[in-house]
Write a protein that binds this ligand. Structure first.
Ligand code: 6PG
Length: 470
């Protein structure tokens, strides 16, 4: 009976696709779902030569797996994960492994790791990126948990992960909740880059007045350059889609209030806890929230009307080239912010993250895959302890050479009243980071003035307090 290599709990879109992906690679896989219809449709979809079994019975499922059992939960984060664990526990034994493949908040994983370790069960939190297609044909996978237990999972994960030049986009991330944490920051970066692309679209459409077809062609052309990435590629495809009902570009009839499941917000919240500045991720979260104030924005658009004071019109080709370079610089700072958060978190939570490995597995399968990641990976290979990507000689030089275009683009946006908080925060991050002195000395003085909070001096050791104004 115990013949199946791997088990999947939850046969929704992600679970079913990942299961079939495993079966494609020759693994015998068992699937469990309480919904009989999902089990039937899985068995129908599986090819005749694949070793796939579906069941609604927890006992049958657990009994079908090779020992030590390796199984993955693909159920919604939160209560459903605890419920699935509780239903499985009576059938599991010492050394069995449960992997949670959802977007789980990392502290929930830490709790489960501890609770299950007491019962001899290894618990893994694993970020999976790439959506439905990724799960079916090769996602990027970020597993964290017990190092030795990972060896049981490794052959399956390496087989099903996306490949870049034959290199599997999966690696052991670190202990405890490392895998969920890395995926959370992946999503924070995803939010920031999506916001940056949305602003780029606005700059070219409203700022420059590019017609829809030129706009679409611009993104398509950029994808053949150093901006090559999954998100630029799908932007070109999205802009090409025509609405069958109205005959207009579909994007023009899609409402502008953006939803969010919350992983970007978690990244920002935890970055604040760790005092790891990620201003462009913060801006992206804020803009999704601001976008929801549709009624107020509609009213404000009437009440706060203002006509831009623009003296010169933009030169089309020149401005497009400037926006392209501005995008490159801002995008670099977004990865720099996210990677720095990971470095700080690795120390705070003792994950033992290897930043070059994280970038390696983000080169394929995931939403933030991009050509520039080869350069960023090389930077961490040159110096694994690099405090910030911007301090790498090659990346730093490139950003310094291109930054003027970011300044020009932000200035043009400001003069035209086009909101570009991602571009602005990226520039401010860059300028603040490269400022040897910041005006925060004044903040220290004010704190001491009203609260006797004390300050340090640049010319002497110690802490000081002044009786201000005598
Ligand atoms: C991925 C995505 C995936 C999901 C996000 C969307 O890496 O495959 O990040 O996890 O699409 O959860 O997030 P929002 O709904 O918050 O935009």
């Amino acid at each position: 009976m115990s013949q199946y290599d791997f088990g999947i709990v939850g046969l929704g879109v992600m679970g079913r696709n990942l299961l079939l992906n495993m079966a494609d690679h020759g693994f015998a896989v068992a699937g469990l779902d309480l919904d009989a219809a999902k089990v039937t449709s899985l068995e129908k979809e599986a090819a005749r030569d694949q070793q796939v079994m579906g069941t609604t019975s927890v006992a049958e499922f657990a009994g079908s797996l090779k020992h030590p059992r390796a199984l993955m939960l693909l159920v919604p984060a939160g209560g459903p994960v605890d419920a699935a664990i509780a239903s499985l526990l009576p059938y599991l034994e010492n050394g069995d492994i449960i992997v949670d493949g959802g977007n789980t908040y990392f502290t929930d994983t830490d709790r489960r790791v501890t609770e299950l370790a007491a019962k001899g069960i290894h618990f893994f939190g694993m970020g999976i990126s790439g959506g439905e297609q990724g799960a079916r044909f090769g996602p990027s996978m970020m597993p964290g948990g017990d190092r030795r237990a990972y060896e049981r999972l490794r052959p399956v994960f390496e087989a099903v992960a996306a490949k870049v030049n034959g290199d599997a986009c999966v690696a052991y991330m670190g202990s405890g909740s490392a895998g969920n944490y890395v995926k959370m920051v992946h999503n924070g970066i995803e939010y920031a880059i999506m916001q940056l692309i949305a602003e780029t679209y606005d700059l070219l459409k409203r700022g420059l007045g590019l017609p829809d077809d030129r706009l679409q062609q611009t993104f398509e052309a950029w994808n053949e350059t150093e901006l090559n990435s999954f998100l630029i590629e799908i932007t070109a495809k999205v802009l090409n889609e025509v609405d069958t009902e109205t005959g207009q570009r579909l994007v023009n009839v899609i409402s502008d209030w953006a939803k969010a499941k919350g992983t970007g917000k978690w990244t920002s919240q935890n970055a604040m806890d760790l005092q790891a500045p990620v201003p462009t991720i913060d801006a992206a979260v804020t803009m999704r929230d601001l976008s929801k104030l549709k009624t107020e924005r509609t009213e404000a658009a009437k009440r706060l009307r203002w006509s831009p004071v623009v003296h010169e019109s933009l030169l089309e080709d020149q401005f497009i080239a400037q926006v392209k370079n501005a995008y490159y610089v801002a995008m670099t700072t977004i990865y720099a912010q996210g990677m720095t958060q990971l470095r700080i978190a690795s120390e705070a939570y003792q994950y033992g993250l290897q930043l070059d490995e994280i970038i390696r597995i983000w080169r394929g399968g995931c939403i933030i895959r991009a050509a520039c990641l080869e350069d960023f990976r090389a930077a961490y290979q040159r110096d694994p302890a690099l405090p910030n990507l911007l301090l790498d000689d090659e990346i730093g030089r490139r950003v310094v050479n291109m930054q003027q275009h970011l300044r020009t683009v932000v200035t043009e946006a400001v003069n035209r009243g086009i909101p570009v908080p991602a571009f602005m925060s990226a520039l401010a991050y860059f300028d603040a980071y490269r400022s040897e002195t910041l005006p925060t000395n004044l903040i220290q003085a004010q704190r001491d003035y009203f609260g006797a909070h004390q300050y340090e001096r640049i010319d002497r050791e110690g802490v000081f307090h002044t009786q201000w104004n005598g």
